[in-house]
Every structure is written in structure tokens, then in C-alpha cells.
Write a protein that binds this ligand. Structure first.
Ligand SMILES: Nc1ncnc2c1ncn2[C@@H]1O[C@H](COP(=O)(O)OP(=O)(O)OP(=O)(O)O)[C@@H](O)[C@H]1O
Ligand SMILES: [Mg+2]
Length: 207
């Protein structure tokens, strides 16, 4: 199996990083050559951009600027890491990719999916995931996980509409890109989710 690119998507707290870790270990145990990346980031320049996009001080960052920063980090990641890895026959696993831009900047910030696609065309250089796991949990469950047993804070509440739009965006994307999307019930236990993901990946590896 060559040129295989798997992405993980879902709102904060849905378990992406947890499952990326589980799948990577499994594939390594199987002796597969893999490359694991995260967005935004994964390259030196990309991590600098991540610093800008994730710094809560940057309240004035506009939606369009945010969208371009995400695309810029992605452009660097595709050329420095993803393309070379795929070309050398590795399996690439990404903790977020272009669907995060569709969901967050397209739907969450309401720039529109079409606009985001135009902005990302050059960035992705025709690299699309072959398989995308959408870890489906409601924004409420996501909030609860991130905050432990603590109550949801003021900022989280203010952002509730935003996260609802992001979540609904992911659902639309899963419908639209049925051929590569696998929707996983992210409210199950970590091991159950990992098992479901592994079954899908095995199927693809065999095929
Ligand atoms: N299936 C699960 N059931 C219960 N808790 C989980 C599950 N998966 C992950 N968690 C826990 O929820 C928290 C968030 O998980 P994780 O960091 O993997 O999410 P994420 O999708 O990567 O979030 P972010 O987008 O913020 O990076 C962690 O404390 C993790 O241990
Ligand atoms: Mg994560």
C-alpha cells in the first residue's frame, strides 16, 4: 500500500490526539513506516504560525487572516513533510488537515467552505486525505472533557454558537465527502474508538 494519507478531525476534546497516538503505535507494531503530523504546525515555520493562531492574546486576529495563517502552515507542512513521506511510501497520519479549515474558518467563522477551498488549493498542492476519521462528539461532551469536572467557563459559553457551527460543519463535510470520511462515535471508550478505527485501517491496508 502506497501513498496513504489518514487525517483525524473533530472538535476540541473529541479524542483526535489520543487516537492518533493509538493508531501510530499499532502501525509501528505492525512494522509500517509512518509519519505523524499535527496542524497547525509540524514544521519549524508551522509551529511559529501555531504560536500566533493559538495565542489567546491575539484577539484582533481576523477570520481571513486566521484562514491564511492556517493555509500557510499547511503549505509548509505539505511540501516539507507530507509529500516527501507519501512519495517514500510512508503512511501519513495527520492530527487535523484541510477539513479543520472548512469546519472552523469556513463554518465556524462563516467565511464559507468554497472560499476556504479556494484559499487552500495552492497550499495543499492536490494532496488530499485518503481516509478521514471524524470523531463525533457533541460540543457539550467536548467542553466537559476539556474542563474535567469543572463547570464550563464564561469564555466557553460565549463560544458555544461558534462550536455548534463547527460541529454542524463537520457533519456536512462527512456527508459531502462520504468516500473518504468515516464517522466514529467519539463518546465510546478510548479503546472502543481505537478498535473501530483499527478495523477500518486494516481493511484499507489490505485493500
Ligand atoms: N473516548 C474517550 N472517552 C473519554 N475521554 C476521552 C476519550 N478520548 C479522549 N479522552 C480524553 O479527553 C481529553 C481530550 O482528548 P484529546 O486531547 O485526544 O482530544 P483532541 O481531539 O486532540 O483535542 P484538541 O482538539 O483540543 O487537541 C483528554 O483528556 C483525553 O484523555
Ligand atoms: Mg489534540
Amino acid at each position: 500500500m502506497k501513498n496513504f494519507f489518514i487525517s483525524f478531525e473533530g472538535i476540541e476534546g473529541s479524542g483526535k490526539s489520543t487516537q492518533v497516538g493509538k493508531l501510530s503505535s499499532k502501525l509501528r507494531e505492525e512494522g509500517k513506516a509512518i509519519e505523524v503530523v499535527r496542524e497547525p504546525g509540524g514544521t519549524r515555520v508551522g509551529e511559529l504560525i501555531r504560536h500566533i493562531t493559538h495565542d489567546r492574546e491575539n484577539v484582533e486576529l481576523t477570520a481571513v487572516a486566521e484562514a491564511y495563517l492556517m493555509a500557510a502552515a499547511r503549505a509548509q507542512l505539505v511540501r516539507d513533510i507530507i509529500k516527501p513521506a507519501l512519495q517514500s511510501g510512508k503512511i501519513v497520519i495527520a492530527d487535523r488537515f484541510i477539513d479543520s479549515s472548512f469546519a472552523y474558518q469556513g463554518y465556524g467563522r462563516e467565511l464559507g467552505e468554497g472560499t476556504i477551498f479556494e484559499m487552500n488549493k495552492l497550499a495543499i498542492d492536490q494532496v488530499f486525505p485518503d481516509l478521514t476519521f471524524f470523531l463525533d462528539i457533541s460540543p457539550e461532551v467536548g467542553f466537559a472533557r476539556r474542563n474535567g469536572t469543572e463547570k464550563v467557563d464564561r469564555l466557553d459559553l460565549q463560544q458555544k454558537d461558534f462550536y455548534e457551527r463547527v460541529y454542524r460543519g463537520y457533519k456536512k463535510l462527512a456527508q459531502k465527502y462520504k468516500e473518504r470520511y468515516v464517522v466514529v462515535d467519539g463518546s465510546k471508550s478510548i479503546d472502543d474508538v481505537a478498535e473501530g478505527i483499527w478495523m477500518e485501517v486494516i481493511e484499507k491496508i489490505k485493500g
